[in-house]
Design a protein around this ligand. Structure first.
Ligand code: PMP
Length: 437
């Protein structure tokens, strides 16, 4: 079993200077019983090593972006090349055009795009643009879907479903929260009821087309079609938050995904899309885009303002181009799918053998593990799972050098660097963990 004395020391030190010792709350171990998080020192491929030199198989993948594994040679070379040639000019560059073309080719609903620095910024701006375009103020979102930390979407982003917004964060005025209506995911009926009541005030319906924030959850057949039809009837825009989902399951987004797992996802197109995570190849990025007439609301063409000193910087754009090019390798996504399928089968068998109730939601190379015996298709079902059991499992895995996200709601992400041996080692570790549990 692993010991981490350096992480303990560094955590105490970090607490003196950095609020909570972490630069994003999801990195703390608060949701799994507290204590020092692991301080990582370096990563290569499917592994990272902590400050004590312990090696971990990484399924966190930095909450999603690291789909090629750590320090992928092509991405690293692109970043170094960008660094050597100047990281920021405050002018347009040719690279931005190349990257925009690459993304547009993969996601045809994007007539025009704009690069920003995070998923939060991307989502925040799609809402502004939708408001500018429709002249309406309210949005509808789905309970448990996380859309970054801007005021408007910090409503029911982590607490139970409510009809009229109650903010999840201090500092979000109730006047802002009252502009958000939250309904359960996978319920067209609830959406239609909200549209009946507030219809002429709704600028947009915002959705994770495939959920990544309360486990991996597929839209039920007909949900997205019903959502889009209801929104359009009402003159509201449809915004897909594809920050997690774009380039996750195949070379494209959820909106262009029409494999066996998702027979009808590609039948509809959103008006606006927010992107982030994978498209930056591990460097900070976000992007938003959509229909030409809507995107032309944005400054300097239109009245909706959005800007950024760091936006479209050559380092992030170069990393993004290299990442997307690497993701075009034939068979890459099928490999992620096979790895995750093997992991799913092994975890399920181990849980069965040890009498542990475990629901696994797997979508291609991503999966989530829910300690419960019911299916998980909305936020209520995801909440109604055994968090203490997850916390025990998380720690038992970490002690064996397997790193998951420290939250029962987060996914496990395969990277192209994981091997069959990594999966076998992970299943063996899970067997030992379940035996103790
Ligand atoms: N939207 C979704 C669906 C996300 O999962 C996240 C981040 N987990 C965000 C938006 C926010 O992105 P960022 O953390 O880059 O601001």
């Amino acid at each position: 079993s692993i010991t981490k004395p350096r992480s303990e020391v560094l955590y105490k030190e970090a607490l003196q200077h950095i609020v909570g010792g972490v630069n994003s709350p999801s990195r703390s171990f608060k949701a799994v019983g507290g204590g020092a998080p692991v301080f990582m020192k370096r990563g290569k491929g499917a592994y990272f090593w902590d400050e004590d030199g312990n090696r971990y198989i990484d399924y966190l993948a930095a909450y999603g972006p690291i789909i090629l594994g750590h320090a992928h040679p092509k991405v690293t070379a692109a970043i170094c090349h960008a660094a050597e040639n100047g990281t920021l000019f405050g002018t347009p560059t040719e690279l931005e055009i190349e990257f925009a073309q690459l993304i547009k080719a993969a996601i045809p609903s994007l007539d025009k795009v704009r690069f920003v620095n995070s998923g939060t910024e991307a989502v925040m701006t799609t809402i502004r643009v939708a408001r500018a375009y429709t002249g309406r103020n309210k949005i509808i979102k789905f309970a448990g879907c996380y859309h970054g930390h801007s005021d408007l979407v910090l409503v029911a982003a982590g607490s139970g479903p409510s009809t009229l917004g109650i903010p999840d964060s201090a500092g979000v005025p109730s006047s802002i929260a009252s502009e958000v209506i939250t309904v359960p995911y996978n319920s067209v009926e609830a959406l239609e009821a909200a549209l009946d009541r507030w219809g002429n005030e709704i600028a947009a319906v915002m959705v994770e087309p495939i959920v990544g924030n309360f486990g991996m959850v597929m839209p039920k057949p007909g949900f997205l079609e019903g959502l889009c039809a209801a929104a359009r009837r009402n003159g509201s825009l449809v915004i897909y938050d594809e920050v997690i989902t774009a380039f996750r399951f195949h070379y494209g987004a959820a909106q262009t995904f029409d494999g066996l797992e998702a027979p009808s996802l590609a039948a509809i197109e959103p008006d606006l899309t927010a992107l982030g995570k994978i498209i930056g190849g591990g460097l900070p990025i976000g992007a938003y885009g959509g229909r030409k007439d809507i995107m032309e609301q944005v400054a300097p063409l239109g009245p909706a303002y959005q800007a950024g000193t760091m936006a479209g910087n050559p380092a992030s754009i170069s990393a993004g181009i290299a990442c997307l090019q690497a993701l075009q390798e034939p068979g890459l996504y099928d490999r992620l799918n096979k790895l995750a399928a093997g992991l799913e089968a092994g975890l399920a068998a181990a849980a069965r053998e040890h009498g542990i109730a475990l629901t696994i939601n797997r979508i291609r190379g991503s999966l989530s593990t829910h300690f419960c015996s019911h299916p998980v298709s909305d936020y209520e079902e995801a909440q109604d799972t055994d968090g203490e059991q997850f916390a025990r499992f998380f720690r038992l895995m970490l002690d064996q050098g397997i790193c998951l996200a420290p939250s029962k709601y987060e996914a496990w992400f395969m990277t192209s660097a994981h091997t069959d041996d990594d999966i076998a080692a992970t299943i063996a570790a899970a067997e030992r963990a379940f035996a103790v549990m």
